[in-house]
Write a protein that binds this ligand. Structure first.
Ligand SMILES: Cc1ncc(COP(=O)(O)O)c(C=O)c1O
Length: 410
């Protein structure tokens, strides 16, 4: 008989992970990248060069760079963050982590206990939301508009909490290509956010997962760069600019707070090979690779928006995002996207239902997030057409598909 672990399990574990059964034929879920845009040949060249030159350093934990991560990669980041985000930091203020998910875990581990309160964009990254609820943290959702987090709503939420004697642990924001809405917060609003945060004594947790993927390449400086009080923790990732399977992200923070997170990072260092390959690749190739990737992603977004307009007509409402890999779509109120996602999956279409990407589940009910990076142009067209069929069958919308009137369902 199989050994029974059940009575030995610790309390408070998350539910078991489902078994992986492969990707859906039309995969609009998750944050996967475009397979054709992974720079495989140049990664091979980088891996060969760096291993020939420095392979023997794999003999020691942390290579010869110490526990913060491979130094040439951190040196690349110092320069990239300066040029791209206006951040002035040293390599000793950057911690390389195993994907920015680990960064989120470290920041949360440092600051959060059950019963704490955080402010978070009303539509936000599902991975951040699940982590907060697992820690028993109260989330105060702040609405967004086309320029990101709304400052009037944030000011009201902060004042309300203050009146109730609650000091939030942080304001989590994705200001530069927000997930899932694709907005970019303007510079004036960033200044106001910093002012409000400082006034209320609340740190800002700035997540820049998608800031490399902006259609016109223009962006305001990072909050981290604009802050005068060092009350910002900044995180980023190579998942969206190069490849998510590498699992390489980073935290930028002043040493007094970074050193506390380093002490919480108990894995004796993130995988060295991927850091070495990235360090080698990025120095020469990052600036060339990203614009080509962004052009390809924009073309896929065009295909998706066209396909939605053709198949759903006015039933699918969305704003053209400023960059990234997602389209956040509002369907008619009658559509429950959690039910839609289940029915769609049975037809080989994967998507993320809105409630998983929103603090207010009712608000997210008829919204969905579609990732356009991974499916091919043809798969985007076919997948959206198949989704429209499923949606019409389940909810009676769209009533017209590809301009052909369908009989309303009874
Ligand atoms: C806003 C945001 N932050 C962090 C992550 C985590 O990414 P990774 O761990 O691959 O760096 C994601 C992934 O989709 C994300 O959307």
């Amino acid at each position: 008989m199989a050994f029974d672990f059940a009575p030995l399990l610790t309390a408070g574990l998350p539910p078991p992970a489902p078994r992986w059964t492969g990707f859906a034929k039309y995969n609009f879920s998750g944050g996967h990248n475009d397979a054709d845009q992974v720079p495989v040949d140049r990664l091979i060249a980088a891996a060969t060069a760096v291993l020939q030159r420095e392979g023997m350093t794999l003999a020691t934990y942390g290579l010869e760079s110490g526990p913060l991560g491979y130094l040439p990669l951190r040196a690349f980041l110092v320069e990239k963050l300066r040029q791209h985000a206006g951040i002035a930091c040293t390599a000793d203020e950057i911690l390389i982590v195993s994907g920015s998910l680990q960064a989120i875990d470290l920041v949360n581990g440092l600051l959060l206990a059950p019963g704490d309160t955080v402010l978070i964009e009303q539509e936000s990254y599902g991975g951040a939301l699940t982590r907060l609820s697992r820690r028993g943290v109260n989330m105060v959702g702040v609405p967004l508009d086309r320029e990101g987090l709304r400052m009037d709503a944030l000011a009201a939420a902060l004042s309300d909490l203050e009146r109730r004697g609650i000091r939030p642990k942080y304001i989590y924001t994705i200001p530069t290509v927000q997930n899932p809405t694709g907005t970019i917060m303007g510079e004036g609003r960033r200044l106001e956010l910093l002012r409000l945060a400082q006034h209320h004594g609340v740190p800002i947790f700035e997540d820049e997962c998608y800031s490399d993927l902006i259609w016109d390449g223009r962006r305001p400086p990072a909050l981290y760069a604009m802050s005068k009080s060092s009350g910002v923790i900044h995180i980023g990732s190579f998942s969206k600019s190069i490849a998510p399977a590498l699992r390489v992200g980073y935290i930028v923070a002043p040493w007094d707070i970074l050193s506390r997170m380093l002490a919480l990072k108990t894995d004796a260092g993130s995988g060295a090979l991927e850091q070495m390959v990235l360090g080698e690749f990025c120095r020469e190739q990052f600036a060339r690779h990203v614009p080509a990737l962004v052009r390809g992603l924009r073309a896929k977004l065009e295909t998706l928006m066209e396909a939605l307009a053709e198949q759903f007509g006015t039933a699918a409402e969305f704003d053209d995002p400023k960059g990234g890999i997602f389209l956040w779509v509002k369907l008619p109120d009658v559509v429950d996207t959690q039910k839609l996602a289940q029915a769609a999956l049975a037809s080989g279409i994967a998507l993320n239902p809105g409630p998983e990407w929103a603090t207010d589940k009712a608000y997210g009910r008829s919204r969905m997030r579609l990732c356009f990076a991974n499916p091919s142009h043809a798969a985007i067209r076919q997948g959206v057409a198949a989704l429209a069929e499923v949606c019409r069958r389940e909810f009676g919308v769209p009533a017209r598909i590809a301009n052909v009137e369908r009989r309303a369902v009874s």
